[in-house]
Design a protein around this ligand. Structure first.
Ligand SMILES: Nc1ncnc2c1ncn2[C@@H]1O[C@H](COP(=O)(O)OP(=O)(O)O)[C@@H](O)[C@H]1O
Ligand SMILES: C[C@@](O)(CCOP(=O)(O)O)CC(=O)O
Ligand SMILES: [Mg+2]
Length: 400
């Protein structure tokens, strides 16, 4: 038996950071995924290793299941149906397991992702042997939600083989979970995101789980049905940054200037709400489509200004903004900022020749460009081999 899963990355069209502080944000999935392959050890095989291969970073890690049992003996059995936060004590034990792998200092940025993996695996699968292989189409730490798609894809694969969720699917073809199962995946993935981000809003794991375009506020999502497809240019500045540090930086600014920052977050809330109305408004002819795109661009421009107020822009982002503006195109950072990726709205009337010219001007600066339509699939699963085992019986609900 083997499970494959794929969960998409995302772009935030409006509202990153402010969404952490309760404002509305608008996000959509993109057609780049994190892929997981999970092979549980077959009964009686004698396998005694939990293995994790991270293909994007050329790392293979393994822990003997005996070692996991030693470390987690006090903690209790898995409870795949009741997602719970990782306690600081458990996180410390998990960090010890990460440190035992003695990865080079240059890979230290992966510690939180590997810790999230250990927490989610042991919570959902228990201390059983198995092999998980991860590969992603997304840049890691680029603002396109690789951390959330990693957590969503992983939880999807682990839950598919936990015996804890009912599966109605065709074998040997990609299928989607039902609503309840997706909600369970989303809750677990949020716990993983907390380990990676510190204080996530939940927008990234939600859009990766459910796909499409969503409006999100304080944990609640509303599906958006855009009336015309949105085409975007994504420019990866390749400037490395860390979401956790940027989110903490905005919170620190908010506690230094609570009134001013409350106004900034309120302005973002209004922009996101207006954006979602415009996206869903009827656009019947070329003229109204172009008027609508002008408004979307203007709102993106206003949101970028407020992101600058929050202190999360970067010289590389400003370079992209200036270059695209020469072609009358509007851009904004997407995700946590501080480098990472920039979104540029490509109006329907824009010729592919102009898009080519913009890319030709950006790429020699060391940036990587690609175009995408936004709002697509969410999490998908593929099972091969014999069916999952029956429901695990005695869930231990003790807090982990
Ligand atoms: N394919 C992957 N392999 C290993 N770690 C990953 C992978 N995808 C995400 N991660 C984890 O997520 C972190 C990046 O998350 P983050 O800083 O939130 O940026 P983003 O979500 O925008 O890509 C990485 O440093 C790593 O810990
Ligand atoms: C900055 C933030 O709004 C989005 C972060 O996205 P990313 O990890 O940079 O892809 C944080 C959050 O909403 O959890
Ligand atoms: Mg992230």
């Amino acid at each position: 038996m083997e499970v494959q899963s794929r969960a998409p990355g995302k772009v935030i069209l409006c509202g990153e950071h402010a969404v952490v502080h309760g404002s509305t944000a608008v996000a959509a999935s993109i057609n780049l995924c994190t892929n997981i392959n999970f092979r549980p050890a077959s009964a009686g095989s004698g396998d005694r290793l939990l293995e994790l291969e991270l293909k994007d970073t050329d790392i293979v890690l393994s822990w003997p299941t005996e070692r996991l049992k030693e470390v987690f003996s006090e903690i209790g059995s898995p409870a795949p149906l009741s997602p719970q936060p990782c306690s600081p004590e458990t996180l410390e034990l998990i960090y010890g397991l990460y440190e035992e792998q003695k990865l080079p200092e240059a890979k230290a940025g992966l510690a939180s992702g590997i810790s999230a993996f250990i927490y989610l695996y042991t919570s959902i699968q228990g201390l059983k042997a198995g092999r998980v292989v991860v590969s992603s189409d997304l840049p890691l730490g680029g603002g396109l939600g690789s951390s959330a798609s990693f957590c969503v894809s992983l939880c999807g694969a682990l839950l598919a083989f936990s015996g804890a969720v009912g599966l109605q699917h065709e074998q040997n073809s990609w299928f989607k979970f039902g609503k309840n199962e997706l909600e369970l995946v989303n809750k677990w993935a949020f716990e993983g995101e907390k380990i990676i981000h510190g204080k996530p809003s939940g927008i990234d794991n939600t859009v990766s789980t459910f796909g499409n375009m969503i409006m999100f506020r304080s944990g609640e999502l509303t599906q958006i049905e855009p009336n015309v497809p949105l085409r975007m240019l994504i420019t990866n500045t390749k400037v490395e940054r860390n979401t956790k540090a940027l989110v903490a930086g905005v919170s620190a600014r908010a506690s230094r200037h609570p009134h001013a920052m409350a106004s900034v977050f309120a302005a973002v809330d209004s922009i996101s709400k207006e954006l979602s109305e415009i996206l869903q408004s009827p656009a019947l002819d070329a003229l109204s489509i172009s008027a609508r795109e002008d408004k979307i661009g203007e709102l993106m421009e206003m949101n970028q200004g407020l992101l600058q107020c929050m202190g999360v822009s970067h010289a590389s982002i400003e370079d992209v903004l200036r270059t695209t503006l020469k072609y009358n195109l509007i851009s904004k950072l997407t995700g946590a900022g501080g480098g990472g990726c920039v979104l540029t709205l490509l109006p329907t009337s824009l010729s592919s020749e102009i898009v080519g010219k913009v890319m030709a001007e950006l790429e020699p600066c060391g940036f990587q460009c690609f175009t995408t339509e936004v709002g697509g699939r969410g999490l998908e699963i593929f099972l091969s081999g014999s069916p999952p085992p029956p429901l695990i019986e005695h869930f231990d609900q003790r807090p982990r």
